[in-house]
Design a protein around this ligand. Structure first.
Ligand code: PMP
Length: 354
């Protein structure tokens, strides 16, 4: 930190994103991207005439895209908010709703950006421990009078909470905003978007980065009550009113039109998830049940750090954290069958090498 930087960031530890190596071709299973390219309709939408319009600002309200998302989820356009990746949605959530009187609560093992935003805004926070097997106990969140962020499925574990359990959490904290981060919902989980019409305090966050193969486009969104969406809008128009660029907006609209393509891809990923977990089980690994496009797994014979490094040396990148409760685990993104076969083969080699 330089002598110029504001002292209020003294204690801030920035988020460290997963590696995006430029040096060599890895089998890249470390940042939960889709192994599939965007749909042909997305390629067609990113055409010369859209590029030619790049001299003009995009629609700050993103009306075409919000209408499409509203139709997809059976809500009104006023219930939809667009963000530059769901990371920006998280940023706006922490900025808009949390303060000294309204602390934020989230699970102690979850998406690493939550504590970073809490630090960025100097917020009092409750990091609520998970239970045996990284299970989230809904009762820990009921009536706690705090704003709440829960990733469902959770990252990096892949475990889920039921819609009924989420409803109980939302219902018992009526004066606080609850964000359910559904970045990984489209790989077999059950979305709680249906609860939005019932609860003014609920926001559901989703992203185009995983299921819709558009991580490079940076687009996230929230579905929520008009009240919360208006609050988010106020923050957006005080931060960056043109937060979604023209090409991403065109690509995303085309992606919604080709929903079937992505549903089919998700089916393949779910098959590959079961295939990979079964392959690992044969090798003695312990893998948590996952409804996401990744699995969280550990090997009783090989320590997590060593497994991560050995895989990297063999050209396979996975993700691993030094945090004590999870340091023995690796998070493995589910890719296509060929990638998963290479991953399993390299794991076998590492076990043989002892
Ligand atoms: N939430 C969770 C739980 C995530 O794992 C991620 C991606 N790493 C995000 C949000 C952010 O995704 P994006 O900004 O690409 O939408």
């Amino acid at each position: 930190m330089s002598r110029f930087m504001s002292r209020r960031f003294d204690g801030l530890e920035a988020y460290v994103p997963g590696e995006q190596p430029q040096d060599m071709q890895y089998v890249k299973l470390n940042t939960n991207e889709s192994p599939f390219p965007p749909s042909p309709a997305v390629f067609a939408a990113l055409n010369d005439s859209e590029t030619a319009r790049l001299n003009l600002y995009p629609d700050p309200e993103g009306r075409v895209l919000r209408q499409k998302l509203a139709a997809l989820y059976g809500v009104d356009m006023e219930n939809v908010f667009l963000a530059n990746g769901s990371d920006e949605l998280l940023n706006f959530f922490f900025m808009a709703f949390c303060d000294q009187e309204r602390p934020v609560a989230f699970p102690s093992v979850s998406y690493g950006f939550y504590p970073v935003y809490a630090s960025l805004y100097n917020l009092p926070r409750a990091e609520i421990p998970l239970h045996e097997g990284f299970r989230l106990e809904p009762a820990d969140y009921c009536g706690i009078r705090k704003n709440i962020v829960i990733a469902n499925p959770n990252a990096p574990t892949g475990r889920t909470v039921s819609v009924a359990e989420i409803e109980e959490i939302v219902r018992t904290n009526p004066d606080h905003a609850v964000l359910i981060d559904e970045a990984y919902i489209d790989f077999g989980g059950e979305s709680c978007v249906g609860l939005v019409s019932k609860y003014e305090n609920l926001l559901v966050g989703q992203t185009f980065s995983k299921f819709r193969s558009l991580a490079g486009g940076r687009l996230g969104y929230a579905i929520g009550s008009r009240t919360l969406i208006e609050d988010l809008d106020k923050i957006k128009y005080s931060t960056n009113s043109y937060n979604i660029n023209r090409l991403t907006m065109a690509a995303a609209a085309a992606a919604i039109d080709s929903n079937d393509y992505y549903v089919q891809n998700s089916r393949i990923i779910q098959e590959n998830r079961a295939y990979t977990a079964a392959g690992l089980e044969e090798l003695g690994f312990e893998t948590l049940p996952s409804k996401a496009n990744f699995i969280f797994t550990r090997c009783p014979q090989v320590e997590g750090g060593r497994l991560y490094r050995s895989l990297k040396a063999k050209g396979v990148l996975v993700r691993r954290w030094d945090k004590p409760e999870i340091s023995d685990y690796c998070r493995v993104t589910i890719g296509n069958r060929e990638q998963m076969d290479i991953f399993l083969e390299k794991v076998r080699e590492i076990l043989k090498e002892g």
